[in-house]
Design a protein around this ligand. Structure first.
Ligand code: IPM
Ligand code: MN
Length: 373
């Protein structure tokens, strides 16, 4: 059929709504993704998976290797939230979220920290022009590797270790991704606005900041630092910068930050607060050559479950990141623009205080998307 030939690509998305408010926010994301597909002439098919706390409580199963294989048949995974009040902390997080990140080698955790117009930030005198950077969190190593243990447990002499481990291979692939991302964000025509005139004259288009702790954790960050400066030679158009993790205090300093797993975890949750909180912050667990997974980075918010009051903006933005990664860059940018127009109409980004219900926010984004030329 002629019309079919002309139609764009087709994507199969695995949806893991997960726990608490997770399914409510992914439902709004799916609504927006379907609208984007109609507008930009590609097709998306969604398949729901019931992994999460409820299934674990009733069957004892979290996710097994066969189920991971099944997920691999999809083009991307869209995740709501993991965490159930009746399940001991750590079980679902390790058994599902971390298991998928490791099994699918999603070695990048991409977390934009962007203050949308109309969104309140707790940082005094800072606006959208100050808060717009991306954190590239290494997502496969560090303290998350799980190397260590307890001995003489329960005695006064108990010993606990948890090692921060990195291979040069892990560091290199993460750094290269981050350098490439700077190039993706900027060009000679539109360099990063934070650059000084002399940097632009010297041909720089953007900046990559290595975030570490080279003054104390000299082994691990010695490796990161050496690799950073070696790889930087391949990217003469990218300005390099360094910040100790405890000195990443001013958002306007940053364009792209690259850092190890645990530091990235911490600074992105703090960064999320500066962009309006957990209702807004989105992230992608990315395997650049494989299967990636996109999620709002807030939790499952059990106390708001089923009330239609949770903020779906983060999940919708995670959906846009998913399209961007799949190559539907125009549709992704259009969703982001639609989101930015909707956040201006919302009273707050906090659950229950938005001035709209969860489903209404989704509808508003769809309407804004349709209205775009
Ligand atoms: C995150 C979360 C996870 C992490 C937990 C739930 C395992 O905090 O995605 O940031 O530490 O990576
Ligand atoms: Mn976290």
């Amino acid at each position: 059929m002629k019309s079919k030939e002309k139609a764009g690509k087709s994507y199969n998305i695995a949806v893991i709504g997960g726990d608490g408010t997770g399914p409510e926010v992914t439902a709004e994301g799916v609504k927006v993704l379907k609208a984007a597909a109609r507008k930009f002439d590609f097709s998306v098919k969604f398949k729901d998976y019931d992994f999460g706390g409820e299934r674990y409580l009733s069957t004892g199963k979290i996710i097994d290797d066969n189920e991971v294989e099944t997920l691999k048949k999809h083009d991307a995974i869209y995740l709501g939230a993991i965490g159930h009040p009746d399940v001991k902390p750590g079980i679902l997080e390790k058994g599902l979220l971390l298991k998928l990140r490791f099994a699918l080698d999603q070695y990048i955790n991409l977390r934009p920290v962007k203050l949308f117009p109309g969104v309140e930030t707790p940082l005094k005198n800072k606006g959208p022009e100050d808060i717009d950077y991306v954190v590239v969190r290494e997502n496969s190593g560090g303290a998350y590797t799980g190397c260590g243990g307890n001995v003489m447990t329960g005695t006064p002499n108990e010993v606990a270790t948890q090692e921060m481990i990195y291979t040069r291979f892990q560091v290199d692939r993460c750094l290269r991704y981050a350098f490439d991302l700077v190039r993706k964000r900027h060009s000679k025509k539109s360099p990063w606005r934070g650059l000084k005139e002399e940097d632009v004259k010297a041909g720089k288009i953007g900046q990559l900041t290595l975030c570490g702790k080279t003054n104390v954790l000299t082994y691990v960050f010695g490796l990161w630092e050496r690799a950073f400066h070696e790889i930087a030679k391949e990217y003469p158009d990218v300005k390099t910068d360094y910040a100790h993790v405890d000195a990443t205090t001013n958002p306007e300093w940053f364009d792209v930050i690259v850092t190890e797993n645990l530091f990235g975890d911490i600074i992105t949750d703090l960064g999320a607060m500066t962009q309006g909180g957990m209702g807004v912050a989105a992230g992608g667990n990315i395997n650049p050559g494989g299967l990636s997974m996109f999620e709002p980075i807030g939790g499952s918010a059990p106390k708001y479950t089923g009330l239609n009051v949770i903020n779906p903006i983060a999940a919708i933005s995670a959906g846009a990141m998913m399209l961007d990664t799949l190559g539907e860059t125009k549709a992704a940018a259009a969703i982001e623009a639609a989101v930015m127009s909707v956040t201006q109409q919302m009273k707050s980004q906090a659950a229950g205080k938005m001035g709209f219900s969860t489903t209404e926010v989704g509808d508003l984004v769809v309407a804004a998307l349709k209205k775009q030329k």
